[in-house]
Ligand binder design. Structure first.
Ligand SMILES: C[S@@+](CC[C@H](N)C(=O)[O-])C[C@H]1O[C@@H](n2cnc3c(N)ncnc32)[C@H](O)[C@@H]1O
Length: 532
């Protein structure tokens, strides 16, 4: 052991310290470009501890290894659990400078293991993990592709950043890509293919892969190759990576090649209390709906959220079944710059333009000036391709801010609000409509109330971990029977300025209180209801 090494009990401690120093000496640009944020020892030990014993000779892969802290923790935790004789470790890293540091950690790890009679063989590949492993996408792998080495354990905190569709890495990993991919999903997708039949992978990543169109191709491939057995959630959005200003909703997952029938979810506030998590156990089919093509992964962080998922499971229809569609506003401001108008004195034919800021919770506010945002758009033959018929819509924000209490912010919009033939809806808004027809007032009130409710917000958060609200995600949400939606709408329509609490009560009463629904039906009396 060198003098420096003697200061540390574990190689992972040394790896953390070296990573800390390296991080302090590199620029934020460099970190951002290479997606370089180092795992703390608390998290890395937790991840290592998830691994289950296998044979006495094991192979480990650590793609995007940084200072190899994850490999160190994994090995330290495994040898606490059972006796190992030989370890083959493969590391991938593109940053030449950090590899010099990684080598110091590896020589410490080697000597530390040797003292316990364990042999460590290490390969450090200074190359792109995705391009290097492009062979996993060839069909031969089904019949045992000799070019591909498989592993018992794959542990990773991969880089997170978006790459373009034309990037070589997105090209080779086409199977995992739809639209613009995030590099972390390619690391996960490839790793799932590199596992031995009894292998397991342990990753810390953003939770954005759980839902949404952009990760659909990835989910299809990933869930074909592995089954998730464990998920850890951090409730706080606070800094997950020491010394680095990363605000992410990150999760830790363990997945195995062998099919599992249950998923264990653990929850802690942050990394500090990882030793005392709350624990929940779910059947796999409760959290992944493998019958739908979406393969969405629901991640409830408490039993209330799990119950909410069950409520939605019992409903059989989506809006599409009621001949109702959801689309995204067609006016992309920078492309339509020439059409946007703030000055009505120009005496040209115009249509109102609806922006995000016009949508408040259950309230359409127009006109509402915000900065230089123009309230009108030219209504000409040329601009008409981005305009919509002025009819009844439910307007839903595509982006919520971190301060918004609810992810889903929406309001009813009635054609009678604005006396124009056409309207413009800006691209940061989703709109709900009936193609070749009109949504009734009751449907508009009912759908708006539901999408604004605590029930829908809770459900939405179980699969969407970011602040974006995609039309595709809204489309696949199971809805209550149409007559219940209409009943909610009828009550609301005849309720003078209902408060948030009243709306919640109306929804709860109509959806869950059967007696109330019967009573309302027989009297057909939809006057204002109090806070039940
Ligand atoms: C989020 S950091 C994590 C580092 C380390 N695993 C840890 O947990 O502390 C991701 C690492 O992946 C490396 N990296 C980025 N792109 C890569 C690629 N295409 N192939 C291999 N490594 C890559 C970065 O340089 C960075 O060190």
């Amino acid at each position: 052991m060198t003098k420096t090494e003697l200061k540390y009990r574990f190689p992972s401690e040394y790896a953390e310290k070296i990573g800390f120093e390296y991080s302090n000496s590199t620029s934020n640009e460099h970190k951002k470009e290479s997606g370089q944020f180092f795992t703390s020892k608390e998290i890395s030990d937790f991840m290592g501890n998830l691994a289950q014993p296998k044979s006495d000779k094991i192979s480990i892969l650590d793609p995007g290894c940084g200072t190899a802290i994850l490999s160190c923790s994994l090995i330290e935790k495994l040898i606490e659990k059972y006796s190992i004789q030989e370890i083959n470790l493969s590391l991938f890293e593109t940053d030449k400078i950090i590899i010099e540091e990684t080598e110091k950690v590896i020589s410490f790890l080697k000597r530390w293991l040797l003292e316990m009679g364990i042999k460590l063989n290490v390969k450090i590949e200074q190359t792109d993990f995705i391009l290097f492993n492009s062979d996993v996408f060839s069909n031969n792998i089904l019949f045992g592709n000799d070019a591909v080495q498989e592993y018992d354990y794959i542990i990773s905190n991969p880089p997170y950043f978006k790459i373009s569709k034309s990037d070589n890495r997105a090209q080779v990993a086409k199977e995992l890509v739809y639209g613009q991919p995030n590099i972390y999903s390619l690391f996960m997708g490839i790793s799932a293919k590199l596992l031995k039949p009894n292998g397991e992978l342990i990753f810390i990543t953003p939770r954005s892969f759980a839902a949404g169109n952009y990760f659909k191709a990835f989910r299809n491939s990933f869930f074909r190759n592995v089954s998730i057995s464990n998920i850890h959630i951090f409730e706080s959005r606070k800094k997950m990576f020491k010394n680095d200003n990363v605000l992410q909703e990150n999760i830790i997952i363990r997945a195995t090649k062998e099919k599992t029938s249950t998923i264990n979810i653990t929850v802690t506030e942050c990394a500090k209390d990882l030793n005392k998590p709350q624990k929940y156990n779910y059947k796999t089919e409760e959290l992944i709906d493998s019958n739908s093509k979406e393969n969405i992964l629901f991640i409830p962080s408490n039993s209330m959220e799990a119950n909410t998922i069950n409520v939605f499971r019992q409903w059989q229809n989506t809006l599409n079944d009621y001949n109702i569609q959801i689309s995204t506003g067609p006016v992309v401001a920078f492309r339509c710059n020439g059409f946007l108008i703030s000055d009505l004195a120009l005496k040209v034919s115009v249509a109102p333009l609806v922006w995000l800021h016009n949508i408040k919770e259950m309230e359409f506010v127009y006109p509402l000036k915000k900065g230089i945002k123009q309230s009108y758009i030219l209504d000409s033959e040329e601009s008409r391709k981005v305009l919509l018929k002025n009819k009844n819509y439910v307007l839903i924000r595509r982006f919520s801010s971190k301060d918004d209490k609810s992810r889903l912010v929406c309001c009813p919009y009635f054609a009678s609000y604005l006396k124009y033939k056409r309207i413009g809806i800006e691209n940061h808004i989703n709109y709900v409509y009936r193609p070749n027809g009109e949504l009734s007032e009751e449907e508009i009130w009912g759908i708006s109330a539901l999408f604004s409710s605590k029930l829908f917000d809770t459900y939405f958060r179980t699969f969407n971990g970011n602040t974006q609200v995609g039309a595709s995600e809204l489309k696949q949400i199971n809805m209550p029977p149409l007559e219940r939606i209409i009943m909610i709408g009828k009550i609301l329509k005849s309720t003078f300025k209902p408060t948030k609490i009243e709306i919640e009560n109306i929804i709860n009463n109509v959806l869950f209180e059967t007696a109330y629904v019967k009573n309302r039906r027989s009297t057909n009396n939809f006057e204002r209801v109090g806070t039940a």
